[in-house]
Write a protein that binds this ligand. Structure first.
Ligand code: BGC
Length: 768
């Protein structure tokens, strides 16, 4: 022990004597520039330390919990839980002390984050860990944080400012736990509701996704150099929302045109907003696994867009280049392919360090290529200030998390995210008329309203729908008939009981949908890795709705789910339907306020809701020929509800659509003004949508595309003129050679309350 110490002192002495100045640890000096610090640190690192910076591990508690319940076989296609066969948490801690770990994910407590960080800070060069977590809607995956609605609900509010605000608050809560990097925003474009992950996306429209994704990036990152900033990660690059058969990670086969016009724009917008990291997708894209896709990572991302951040792999997907896609014959080859295609960080595992070092020593991967990735990773660690502030304060963490301001935002966001899909006039509920109300359904009194990507939260931090109803209408007698939380094991006897009680109630509320909570991973019906071969309600839920409705008493359906559900019978037969999505911790209060009219609903659908699985793919911005030959049996072009649709308790009248000119140059701009009047008796917020169609063009163009929108508050009786500006980028498309062009000719601009054609006001203009 003494000998080692002496050697260390002598070694330091030697360094100081020979070339004192340049060997001074510049990287430890916060007044030096980030690039100087990066270069200095890089020059001191061994190959093993560099390759270690490119590697990630799951947290120690995660390893412990999962080694107890998973088998080695389970690891192959489980994308949420892991352990390392033959390797204990202690070994991972030792590697951390040896400076061989760059990042952890799935660390869920501040104590564990600080503990692991102390080990990293005791390593030779004291390079701090970058902690990553899926903070998709608040830092909800860790207990005791604010849980906002999931992205699909946020998208339903069409509210970029709210996206920014939630991201900003989430960043503060993350840093209060010593977490630095969120794997969000998910900017996947969704075209298949069988895919379980719809709820964590912003829906089907590239423009809406781009705007909300960019605002989220800005909100998370701020300037990326204050103690309240975190690194954002745009994901999944690319095409996961276009799965061949609806299942997560199945092949994506799309033309370069569709990639460039539909799937890539939200990523480009994220890069423009400054996203510091990007995650590649599980799937192969046109025959090349995304994780070894050089065209995507190098040519498009870095070459065309100038992305400066780092690329992280998704969960075990570099491994899957070998063991699933089989474009590499072994793991080492898979690592090689991925790194050479542009990968910077590996999520996650134990073979990376050894095999990648071997590849460098064998001369297959130049060390300069490794340096490139390490530079990008260190750059972020310096910018975030975690060399100077590696820990978070355990005594003060709860001053930030779940603060009153954050809770208020969660409630406001929930109110603005809930879509009223149908109302024959029964809503808002009249408490003096409906004194006895029966409430039933799997989501009536369950924390499942928190949604996917959420841990269980303390009951006092979650308002279930039943609790919300009791708070909002204290004089009403709510009778609860429990159906359990699991739609797959509903009891026929309980369904009968609800049907019986329905007859004695004045009104019935059925709260149906999906089950998404992650702690019951294998029992869920919605969320990541819960793809489905249909989009109907699971289990006895339809039977429950029909039997309750057969009571003859008004029956209202509330849906809690991430993906679109084809509730066709309910749409035809029930007087009111509310889509609550995954509304977060105050979802129950927000639903109740909307039912009783203390809040006037304003949200609109960011996806098309098909009637049945047979209509998939169904999306509003389709090509003209999609329904040229309609289905011989079954409905073709009419969805259950169209993109952009959502009702309110007031009514709006659109009129007087006018253009500042009826002709513009290809590089010119045009103002579009519309008059919107609140013609009802309640104040409200209307989401006004502007669509454009290029009438005749050299390549086929969609029948309409969202190009702008606005949330406008209108008091009862109030009228406002709203002006949008059409800029050349809104008219542009890719010509036959995939070059951006604005073609001369006639364009139609459409403005109205939804994408439904009959509701839109239209005017034409010419591009010269
Ligand atoms: C998901 C990613 C997520 C990662 C870490 C993967 O299975 O696809 O979206 O960020 O796990 O949790």
């Amino acid at each position: 022990m003494k000998k080692t110490l002496l050697f260390a002192v002598m070694a330091t002495g030697l360094v100081l004597m020979s070339g004192a100045k340049e060997k001074k640890a510049i990287y430890k000096d916060p007044s030096a520039s980030v690039s100087e610090r990066v270069e200095d640190l890089l020059s001191r690192m061994t190959l093993e330390e560099k390759v270690g910076q490119m590697n990630q591990f799951v947290g120690i508690e995660h390893i412990k919990a999962n080694s107890a319940v998973l088998t080695e076989g389970d690891l192959f296609n489980n994308t949420a839980q892991a352990f390392y066969p033959g390797i204990t948490g202690d070994t991972v801690i030792r590697w951390t002390r040896e400076g061989l770990v760059g990042s952890f994910l799935h660390v869920l407590t501040i104590e564990e984050a600080n503990m692991l960080q102390r080990h990293a800070m005791s390593s030779r060069l004291a390079i701090p860990i970058l902690f990553g977590i899926d903070a998709i809607h608040g830092n909800a995956n860790a207990p005791d944080n604010t849980v906002y609605p999931t992205n699909i609900g946020l998208a339903s509010s069409f509210d970029p400012e709210m996206a920014y605000k939630i991201a900003r608050q989430t960043a503060a809560e993350m840093r209060a736990m010593n977490l630095h990097w969120t794997f969000n925003p998910n900017v996947d474009v969704v075209r298949d509701p069988r895919w379980g992950r719809v709820g964590e996306t912003f829906g089907e429209d590239p423009y809406l996704i781009s705007v909300l994704g960019a605002e989220s990036v800005k909100g998370y990152q701020g300037t990326l150099d204050t103690p309240n900033d975190v690194l954002a990660c745009i994901k999944h690059f690319v095409g996961g929302g276009f799965p061949a058969n609806g299942t997560n990670g199945s092949p994506t086969d799309v033309s370069e045109r569709t990639l460039r016009e539909v799937l890539l724009p939200p990523f480009e917008a994220g890069v423009e907003a400054g996203a510091g990291s990007l995650m590649t997708s599980h799937n192969e894209v046109n025959g090349i696994p995304a994780h070894s896709n050089e065209w995507l990572m190098r040519d498009v991302l870095r070459g065309e867009w100038g992305f400066k951040g780092f690329v992280v792999s998704d969960w075990m997907d570099i491994e899957h280049i070998y063991d699933l896609h089989r474009t590499a014959e072994n793991l080492k080859e898979a690592f090689y392919q991925s790194i050479m295609a542009g990968m910077d960080m590996h999520m996650h595992g134990i073979y990376w360090n050894e095999l990648v070092c071997e590849l460098v020593r064998e001369g297959r991967i130049p060390e300069s290529r490794i340096d490139e990735s390490v530079r990008r990773i260190l750059d972020v660690k310096f910018r975030l200030g975690i060399f100077e502030n590696p820990y978070a304060d355990e005594a003060r963490t709860m001053e930030v998390r779940l603060s009153p301001g954050h809770r208020a935002t969660a409630l406001e966001a929930a109110r603005n995210s809930i879509v009223l899909l149908k109302n024959d006039g029964v809503l808002p509920l009249d408490a003096s008329k409906y004194k006895r109300v029966m409430v039933t359904g799997i989501n009536a009194d369950d924390e499942n309203i928190l949604g996917d990507w959420s841990a269980s939260q303390r009951p006092e931090n979650v308002t279930t729908i039943l609790e919300g109803l009791r708070e909002v209408a204290p004089d009403t007698h709510f009778e609860f008939v429990d159906q359990g939380w699991n739609p797959q094991t509903m009891s026929p006897a309980q369904v009968e009981k609800a049907a019986e009680h329905a007859r004695h109630a004045d009104l019935n509320i059925v709260v149906a949908g999906e089950y998404m909570m992650r702690h019951r991973w294998a029992l869920r019906t919605g969320g990541e890795d819960t793809d489905r071969s249909d989009i109907d309600l699971v289990g006895l839920q339809n039977e429950l709705i029909e039997k309750v409705a057969a009571s003859g008493k008004p029956t209202i359906l509330i849906l809690v789910n991430g993906r679109q559900l084809g509730v066709e019978w309910a749409a035809e037969n029930l007087p009111a339907i509310v889509e609550a999505w995954e509304p977060g911790m105050y979802g129950g209060q927000a639903v109740a306020e909307i039912l009783y009219g203390t809040v006037n609903p304003s949200a609109k659908l960011p996806v098309t809701i098909p009637r049945s699985v047979g209509q998939i793919q169904m999306y509003y911005n389709h090509k003209p020929s999609l329904y040229f030959h309609p289905y011989a049996a079954g409905k073709s072009s009419s969805p259950l509800w169209p993109f952009g649709f959502g009702l309110s308790y007031t009514t709006y009248e659109y009129s007087d659509l006018r253009l500042s000119s009826d002709e513009i140059a290809a590089d010119g701009t045009l103002d579009v003004t519309v008059r919107v009047k609140n013609t009802g008796s309640r104040d409200g917020v209307e989401i006004i949508q502007l669509y454009i169609r290029d009438l005749y063009s050299s390549v086929t163009r969609p029948v309409k595309e969202l190009k702008d929108f606005g949330r406008v508050a209108l008091k009862a009786g109030e009228t406002k003129d709203i002006t949008f500006t059409i800029t050349p980028d809104k008219l542009q498309f890719l010509d036959k050679d995939l070059r951006p062009v604005v073609e001369p000719g006639e364009f139609v601009v459409m403005v109205g309350p939804s994408s439904e054609d009959s509701r839109l006001l239209k005017r034409s203009f010419n591009v010269k």
